[in-house]
Write a protein that binds this ligand. Structure first.
Ligand code: KIV
Ligand code: ZN
Length: 524
C-alpha cells in the first residue's frame, strides 16, 4: 500500500526515514544537557548529516527548551523539525508554538499504554488513555498535518489494547505511529511480532508510517531496530553515539551503517551523508564532554585499527579481508596530518574543518590558534586529538557564562599550595588568590570563591590525550547539585590548568541544568 506522507510525499518502497532524537531523548539524559548555542550547533551538524526529522526538544519542559526548539525551527533548513508533547493541551499548544517557524514541522505526542504505566504512573483507565490519544492527536493536527503519536512502554502493552490505541490515533489523524521499547526489554523477535501484528490488525496502518524507538538496556537497541525495519517499519528513531535515557537509544551510526553494509538483508535506503558521521559524533562528544569508548562501532578510536600482525598483513593486501566498510565511508581520513609550530592559520582552519568544527568565527579562530601555538611550543607533535581537546573551550564552549582567563599556581614540598585565578563571569573579570591542601584543591577553592555555589565534587579523574610526558592531561570533574549530576572536561599540558577548565566546564553545564524543571511523567 502506498504511503503519502504530508512532509515526505509518496514514500518509495525502500525509503526509510531517519528520525534523530539526540537533542531530545539524548539531551534529557544525565550529564548531557546543552545550552542554546550548543544545540544550534548540533542541529546544524545533524542537518548536514541528512537526518530526515530532528526532534529538537520538549518545549513545555522549560522556557529554555521552548526557546531552543523555536530557534532551531527558525534557523535549520532541510529536516522536519519536531517538538515533543505529552497529551495535555498545554503541552501540545507549547509544542505547536515552538515549531511554528519551521517550513516542515511535526508534533510528537505520547502517552503510556502498558497496564503498569497506566495504573502506577498515569493513574488512568484504558478508556481515559484512548480518549487522551484521540484528543491530543486532534489538537496537534490543528498546528501541523504531520503528527506522530507514541505508545510509551508500547513493547510491554497488551496487544489488543495497543491495537485499539493505534487505531484511535490513526483515526484522529496521526501520520506516524511509534511503538517504543521504552525500557529496553524487548528482543528482536518481539519487535518484529508487534509491528507485524499492527500491520495485520489495525485498519489504515499500512497507509501511515510506522516507527521504531528502542532503548539499549539489554544492548539490543540496534538489533531491535533492524528487526522492526524487516517487519515493515518505515521510520527509525535513533541518536548520535547512542546517547539517551539510561543505557541510551539505538545509535544512528550503527543502524545506518548496518543498513548500508547489508543491503542484502535490510533492503532500504537511509538518506544519510555517511561521510559526516564521524565529525558529527566528535562534535557531540566535544559539546557534552563524553567521549565514546575506544571500541565503539563505527566511531570509536579503534573501530578501524588493526593491531594483530595477521590482520595488518591481510588489510595491506586487501582491506576487505578485515574491513566490512571503508573507514572513509564514515569520515575517517587516511592521514592523520600532523601539525606543529610551523603550521599557519590557514592550515589550522582547514584542520578544524576536517575535524568537524565547521566554519569558525574569526575571534574564536584567533583564540584557538593562539592556544594551538602555545601548545606547539610545549609539545613536539600536535595530534588531531590534541587539537580537538584544546579548541573545545574556545570554539564549542565559546558561549559559556564562566571562562578561565588565567591561572598561576605555586606548590612544592615546602610551599603552601596557592592558586591565583582570573575568571570572566558573564563578561566581567574577577580574580582571587586561595590556598588549599594541594594545587588542585587551591584551584577549586579559588573557583568557589569567585563563583559561590553549593555543588559537591563527586569525581575527579585525570587521563592523557595522547602518549608521552608532554601529552596534554584530560581531566574529568563530576559535580552534583540538588540531585543533578554533570560531568565537565578540560585539557592542557598543565594538569592543574586542565583541572580548572574541567571544573568550570561542569559548572557551566550545571547553570544550564538549573534553568530546567523536569515535567512530571516525562520518561525515557
Ligand atoms: O522511550 C520512549 O518511550 C520515548 C517516548 C517519549 C517516545 O522516548
Ligand atoms: Zn525514549
Amino acid at each position: 500500500m502506498t504511503i503519502n506522507h504530508p512532509n515526505f510525499g509518496v514514500l518509495a518502497d525502500d525509503r526509510v526515514i531517519i528520525f534523530d532524537t539526540t537533542l531530545r531523548d539524548g539531551e534529557q539524559s544525565p550529564g548531557f544537557s546543552m545550552n542554546l548555542q550548543e544545540k544550534l550547533r548540533m542541529a546544524e551538524a545533524l542537518a548536514e548529516l541528512g537526518v530526515d526529522v530532528m526532534e529538537a526538544g520538549f518545549p513545555i519542559a522549560s522556557p529554555g527548551d521552548f526557546e531552543s526548539v523555536f530557534e532551531i525551527a527558525k534557523a535549520i533548513k532541510g529536516p522536519v523539525i519536531c517538538g515533543l508533547a505529552r497529551t495535555g493541551r498545554a503541552d501540545i499548544i507549547r509544542a505547536g508554538e515552538a515549531i511554528a517557524p519551521a517550513a516542515r514541522r511535526r508534533i510528537h505526542t505520547f502517552i503510556s499504554t502498558s497496564a503498569l504505566h497506566m495504573k502506577y504512573k498515569l493513574r488512568m483507565s484504558e478508556e481515559d488513555v484512548l480518549a487522551a490519544t484521540t484528543d491530543s492527536v486532534t489538537l496537534a493536527r490543528q498546528y501541523t498535518d504531520d503528527v506522530e503519536w507514541s505508545a510509551e512502554d508500547g513493547s510491554r502493552t497488551d496487544p489488543d489494547f495497543l491495537c485499539r490505541c493505534v487505531e484511535a490515533a490513526i483515526r484522529a489523524g496521526a501520520t506516524t505511529i511509534n511503538i517504543p521499547d521504552t525500557v529496553g526489554y524487548a528482543l528482536p523477535a518481539d519487535m518484529a511480532r508487534i509491528f507485524t501484528m499492527v500491520l495485520e490488525r489495525v485498519p489504515g496502518a499500512d497507509k501511515i508510517v510506522l516507527s521504531t524507538h528502542n532503548h539499549n538496556d539489554l544492548g539490543l537497541a540496534v538489533a531491535n531496530t533492524l528487526a522492526a525495519v524487516a517487519a515493515g517499519v518505515r521510520q527509525i528513531e535513533c541518536t548520535i553515539n547512542g546517547i539517551g535515557e539510561r543505557a541510551g537509544n539505538a545509535s544512528l551510526e550503527e543502524v545506518v551503517m548496518a543498513i548500508r553494509t547489508r543491503p542484502d538483508a535490510v533492503p532500504c535506503k537511509p538518506n544519510i551523508v555517511t561521510q559526516n558521521i564521524l565529525k558529527t559524533s566528535r562534535l557531540l562528544s566535544t559539546i557534552t564532554g563524553f567521549d565514546v569508548q575506544p571500541n565503539k562501532a563505527i566511531v570509536g578510536r579503534n573501530a578501524f585499527a588493526h593491531e594483530s600482525g595477521i590482520h595488518q598483513d591481510g588489510v595491506l593486501k586487501n582491506a576487505a579481508t578485515y574491513e566490512i566498510m571503508t573507514p572513509e565511508s564514515v569520515g575517517w581520513t587516511k592521514t592523520n596530518l600532523v601539525m606543529g609550530k610551523h603550521s599557519g592559520r590557514a592550515a589550522f582552519r582547514d584542520k578544524l574543518r576536517a575535524l568537524g568544527y565547521g566554519e569558525v568565527g574569526d575571534n574564536q579562530l584567533n583564540d584557538a590558534f593562539r592556544r594551538f601555538k602555545d601548545l606547539a611550543d610545549r609539545k613536539k607533535v600536535v595530534y588531531d586529538e590534541d587539537i580537538v581537546a584544546l579548541v573545545d573551550d574556545e570554539v564549542v564552549r565559546g558561549h559559556d557564562r564562566i571562562r578561565l582567563v588565567s591561572l598561576d599556581v605555586h606548590s612544592g614540598s615546602k610551599t603552601k599550595p596557592t592558586a591565583t585565578m582570573e575568571l570572566e563571569i558573564d563578561g566581567e573579570a574577577v580574580s582571587a588568590t586561595e590556598t588549599g591542601d594541594g594545587p588542585v584543591d587551591a584551584t577549586f577553592i579559588a573557583i568557589r570563591t569567585l563563583f559561590p555555589h553549593e555543588a559537591t565534587l563527586r569525581l575527579y579523574s585525570v587521563g592523557a590525550v595522547t602518549e608521552g610526558t608532554d601529552a596534554q592531561a584530560k581531566v574529568t570533574v563530576r559535580l552534583e547539585e540538588g540531585g543533578k549530576m554533570v560531568d565537565g572536561q578540560g585539557s592542557d599540558t598543565d594538569t592543574i590548568v586542565a583541572s580548572a577548565r574541567a571544573y568550570i566546564h561542569a559548572l557551566n553545564k550545571l547553570l544550564v541544568k538549573r534553568t530546567r524543571t523536569e515535567p512530571a511523567a516525562l520518561s525515557a
